[in-house]
Design a protein around this ligand. Structure first.
Ligand code: FES
Ligand code: FE2
Length: 387
């Protein structure tokens, strides 16, 4: 799991004046809206006795812990301790991490890391969002698998005839013609020629024929987003698939889907149903994959030319691991186990305010070892080498 990225942690319409707990990277956060509509994201771990702030209530723009009523400002500093008699000061360490937030593309994005603003990776650009020709639907589903498995699944064109045979992919034509990957520091994309299945359901009414091939633009944006642009004979469908790591073994897939055909509200439930049925087909297979976690080095699995987008991801990920952006597996909060201490992803304030250096109750994750697990950078293979 990678820190120092913007993570789309919730749909914007789901965040209100009622505190909401969300989970990402094995850590809980509380989200709420201030009176001016801006969104706050705090570590959901009270600095006093570790109760979940998300169970508390809002007092103006502050959140009050449900246990002893400490009140935290949007920047994470505690400004009121009800048990203290009048005039008693508030300890410096009475503060929680507050994470930068952006609201974009109908999603709430939290920056989970401590990089200063000018060093943060960019948010991806979803050009369809501001185009009135497109209609949007939102879909989500929990998959009991690691997020890198669900992420790679969506950039994997070769599985479509087998896993989605009747819906998306043609079992009679499973070959993937070689494709070129265009890469930059934060993303990779490719135009892949696929043979489509015949149209079904609602779509069949619009189009009776079957084109020889369709060009699907597929690609990823770090840390966890996959774009899938399917050009249908009657319009475009573009999915942005966010693979939110709840913890090491569970992923919340959040999809923002755009289409420029059947743009009436009446077709939304059909669009959601199609996305859900494709996700359910993937879920069955992805939950069986072993090892559950992606191997840390490339030779850990076999790669073909048709896996080039995945190989590009794995190479980029290795580099980020070597740069210390990986949250070591040993440090993650256990799912079912108990632990004697809690750690949190460090927020930018830890670096920006040196005078607060010791003002944190909870230890930062990733502090123990540089980058967590060791990464043998020299052990790489060329894509297609293992064919
Ligand atoms: S645990 Fe939050 S105020 Fe005591
Ligand atoms: Fe799939």
């Amino acid at each position: 799991m990678l820190k120092n990225f913007w993570y789309a942690v919730e749909f914007a319409h789901a965040v209100t004046r009622a505190p909401k707990r969300v989970t990402c990277l094995g850590q809980d956060f509380v989200l709420y809206r201030k009176r001016d509509g801006g969104v706050v994201c705090l570590s959901d771990l009270c600095a006093h006795r570790g109760a979940a702030l998300s169970g508390g209530t809002l007092v103006d723009d502050k959140i009050a812990c449900p246990y002893h009523g400490w009140q935290y400002e949007p920047d994470g500093a505690c400004s009121r301790i009800p048990a203290n008699p009048e005039g008693r000061g508030i300890p410096k360490r009475a503060r929680v991490d507050s994470y930068p937030v952006r609201e974009q593309y109908g999603m709430i994005w939290a920056f989970l890391g401590d990089l200063p603003e000018d060093e943060r990776p960019p948010l991806p650009h979803f050009p369809e969002h501001d185009d009135p020709a497109f209609r949007t639907v939102y879909v989500e589903m929990v998959i009991e698998a690691n997020y890198e498995r669900t992420f790679e699944n969506v950039v994997d064109a070769a599985h479509t005839p087998f896993v989605h045979g009747t819906r998306f992919g043609n079992p009679d034509k499973p070959e993937i013609p070689d494709y070129d990957v265009t890469e930059d520091e934060w993303s990779a994309t490719a135009d892949i020629r696929l043979s489509p299945p015949p149209a079904g359901g609602l779509w069949k009414r619009l189009y009776k024929g079957r084109p020889e091939e369709v060009v699907v633009t597929n690609g990823w944006y770090l840390p966890n987003i996959v774009k899938l642009h399917v050009r249908l004979p009657f319009g475009d469908m573009i999915l942005y698939d966010h693979n939110v790591p709840l913890d090491r073994n569970r992923t919340l897939v959040k999809i923002v889907g755009y289409r420029n055909f059947f743009t009436g509200k009446w077709a939304d439930s059909d669009a959601r149903k199609r996305i859900r049925s494709i996700l359910l087909q993937d879920k069955v297979v992805v939950e069986t994959q072993r090892p559950e976690l992606l191997p840390y080095d490339l030779p850990g699995e076999l790669h073909l030319r048709s896996d080039a987008l995945q190989v590009a991801y794995r190479r980029r990920r290795q580099k980020l691991m070597a740069d210390g952006w990986w949250l070591g597996e040993h440090e993650e909060l256990p799912v079912n186990g108990k632990r004697g201490s809690a750690t949190v992803i460090p927020s930018p304030a830890r670096r920006e305010n040196p005078e607060l250096a010791r003002a944190w109750q909870h230890r930062p994750r990733g502090a123990g070892r540089q980058g967590g697990d060791p990464v043998p950078l020299d052990r790489t293979v060329t894509e297609g080498e293992s064919e």
